[in-house]
Design a protein around this ligand. Structure first.
Ligand code: ADP
Length: 301
């Protein structure tokens, strides 16, 4: 097969592993930096050009689009879909999951466990918002944050009020969330491929920290998940429409709650923690599903 890997950097662990796994299985790969792609969207025959050449005859495309390039990355992916190239994750599913508010609304509609979460744009009553999540301690998050930056634990009512007012004062988009104390600084990353959890790891925050992000000094280890956690992760990926997803769960007193569904989950942490060949599993999924022309949306929507 001829596989396009949409990635801004071919030297990243995940990109390298996917290329390696594809080539081991006899496929041809090309890494494409989405920001350098230009597209003809006016003609009847959609095309994608890169470095002076038309990109043709691809069977499948693996999008690894960072959150900072979601808008243009999704447009490039949509163009491939319009050309009948099979996307591992569809552009609509990626944009859906990147919108935290939209994705939580979709998950809640389908009854997936979520931490009690309140969104606001310009609320007149911060105290009432705090009451809605059950009071302090609570977590305040900046919507655009990644790797735990902009995630704050406010331990008292006063701290919560001033953090919320402070973020609003600088016009940050925020959500406030019930603090799942019983998860004790740990979260669970479930790696889903084609409707199955193929690997899971627990990330544990260091002493004195509640955020378990590896970038914040968290450590990862393999974990056995419960059937309920497994089905929650599978359902969350399915509701988002993602074939490949990293579903982050917290263990709460009221069962597993979904924190986030990631459409370009990193491979390094999960492969290192579990010793599994996740890149190989993604390529095998592409082999099974990516016969040319099998794309569902053809760039709709
Ligand atoms: P980011 O997307 O920036 O990583 P997250 O929302 O995943 O931000 O939060 C970072 C970390 O903080 C999580 O991995 C988790 O360990 C912890 N955390 C986030 N929300 C909660 C919560 N409501 N209760 C307890 N811990 C939380």
């Amino acid at each position: 097969m001829k596989i396009a890997l949409l990635s801004r950097n071919r030297n990243l662990y995940s990109s390298k592993r996917l290329i390696e796994a594809a080539e081991e299985r006899g496929h041809e790969t090309q890494v494409i930096d989405v920001l350098r792609v230009y597209m003809n969207i006016t003609s009847h025959k959609p095309s994608v050009h890169y470095k002076g050449k038309e990109l043709e005859n691809f069977d499948a495309v693996i999008p690894r689009v960072g959150s900072s390039v979601t808008y243009y990355g999704a447009a490039v992916l949509r163009q491939f879909e319009m050309m009948g190239v099979y996307p591992v994750n569809e552009s609509v599913a990626i944009t859906r999951s990147r919108d935290k508010l939209r994705s939580m609304q979709l998950l809640s509609r389908r009854g997936v466990g979520l931490p009690i979460t309140v969104y606001a744009s310009k609320p007149d009553d911060v105290k009432d918002m705090i009451k809605m999540v059950g009071g302090a301690p609570l977590v305040v998050k900046i919507l655009e944050g990644t790797q735990g930056i902009g995630v704050v634990l406010a331990e008292t009512q006063k701290a919560a009020e001033s953090v919320i007012e402070g973020f609003m004062g600088v016009k940050a988009n925020i959500l406030i969330q019930e603090y799942i104390k019983e998860s004790s600084g740990a979260d669970i990353r479930c790696f889903v491929i084609g409707g199955k959890v193929v690997a899971a790891m627990k990330r544990q925050a260091p002493e004195g920290e509640f955020r378990s992000n590896i970038h914040r000094g968290g450590s990862a280890e393999v974990i056995k998940i419960t059937p309920e956690e497994r089905s929650t992760a599978v359902r969350a990926a399915k509701i988002m429409g993602l074939n490949v997803a990293g579903v982050d769960l917290l263990r709460s007193n009221h069962g597993p709650v979904v924190m986030e569904v990631n459409s370009s989950p990193g491979l390094q942490g999960i492969e290192t923690a579990t010793g599994k060949d996740i890149a190989g599993m993604i390529i095998e999924f592409v082999e099974k599903n990516g016969q040319c022309g099998k794309t569902k949306t053809r760039g709709k929507g």
